[in-house]
Design a protein around this ligand. Structure first.
Ligand code: C2E
Ligand code: CA
Ligand code: CA
Ligand code: CA
Length: 278
């Protein structure tokens, strides 16, 4: 008897601890939102054909907190659960546009910067207008901003997502389908959504090195999508072998620690200016 009640109590303690942690993280997110303390890191993305870094992905970072470092894998789900992600994303977009403005003013041959959109964003009726406003304010042509959405975002509310995407695509915003191969991998998404790029998830890239069948499928999908005019990005490339595999598949762009990690704006600048080539 003692043992079983003991276990219940342990379980309860953990739950309480988890709720306390979630509450504390939520408070930190609110605070950072209020004083715009979030930092946006940029991960330059390598282009195989010329070794340049024409694009980057914007990734949110929390500065050091009283709880120590807190990473996106923890705070993004909490931000989504609490709805804070909506305002956080607009903050990211504004910071990205400001950075892009600077890059363009300094003459960068930039293709664009991508920003992650969570599903909650699509529940905002004014999403397309709001994004247009931010672009306008910083005088950024829409094609410089690419929005990343995952398959699960699309699956959760296909009609709503499609209509917002079409509205934004008409304005010239480009879309990337993120984490491809981890979710539903629904071919009809790629066929019917205005998607310019597909990002092959790192799990597929990694598996391909010791799984021939996976490698064959990744190569076939990459080539087929490429023929349909969809640009391919390999994610999570950490080794030369993985990079060689991606190149063998004809994949145009490679994102991974091998070439560049996510870094503060000032460090990313030379990559995106075209100064830092490998
Ligand atoms: P994601 O969108 O798939 O972003 C790529 C993640 O892979 C980033 O993790 C990046 O640091 C990591 N990564 C890049 N290259 C490599 C590599 O070679 N090896 C490995 N192991 N990892 C690599 P990060 O920055 O920790 O972000 C994690 C996730 O949090 C993101 O996954 C995204 O889903 C979410 N996230 C981050 N920033 C934002 C944001 O501003 N808005 C939204 N909605 N989600 C965000
Ligand atoms: Ca992403
Ligand atoms: Ca991804
Ligand atoms: Ca991911």
């Amino acid at each position: 008897k003692e043992g079983s009640t003991g276990r219940v109590v342990v379980c309860d303690d953990r739950m309480v601890a988890r709720m306390k942690r979630k509450h504390a993280v939520t408070e930190i997110l609110k605070e950072e939102l209020l004083n715009q303390g979030f930092e946006v890191y940029y991960q330059p993305i390598y282009r195989c054909k010329d070794g340049g870094f024409p694009v980057a992905e914007a990734l949110l970072r929390l500065p050091d907190t009283p709880l120590g470092p807190i990473y996106p894998d923890e705070f993004i789900p909490i931000a989504e659960e609490t709805g804070l992600i909506v305002q956080m994303t607009y903050l990211v977009l504004a910071k990205v546009c400001k950075f892009v403005r600077r890059l363009l003013d300094e003459g960068a041959k930039l293709e664009g910067v991508s920003v992650n959109l969570s599903v909650l964003q699509f529940m905002q009726r004014d999403l397309a207008d709001h994004i247009a406003e931010i672009l306008d304010y910083y005088q950024i042509p829409a094609r410089f901003i690419k929005l990343e959405i995952t398959e699960s975002v699309v699956a959760s509310n296909y009609e709503a997502v499609l209509s917002v995407m079409e509205k934004l695509a008409k304005k010239g915003v480009q879309f990337a389908l993120d984490d491809f191969g981890t979710g539903y991998s629904n071919l009809s998404y790629v066929m019917h959504l205005p998607v310019d790029m597909v990002k092959i998830d790192r799990s597929l890239i990694w598996s391909s090195l010791n799984n021939d069948r996976c490698a064959t499928l990744v190569e076939a999908v990459s080539r087929t999508f490429g023929q349909a005019g969809i640009r391919m990005i390999a994610e999570g490339v950490e080794t030369g072998e993985q990079a060689a595999f991606a190149q063998r598949c004809g994949i145009e762009l490679i994102q991974g620690f091998l070439y560049a990690k996510p870094m503060p704006q000032e460090e990313a600048l030379p990559y995106l200016m075209g100064v830092k080539e490998l």
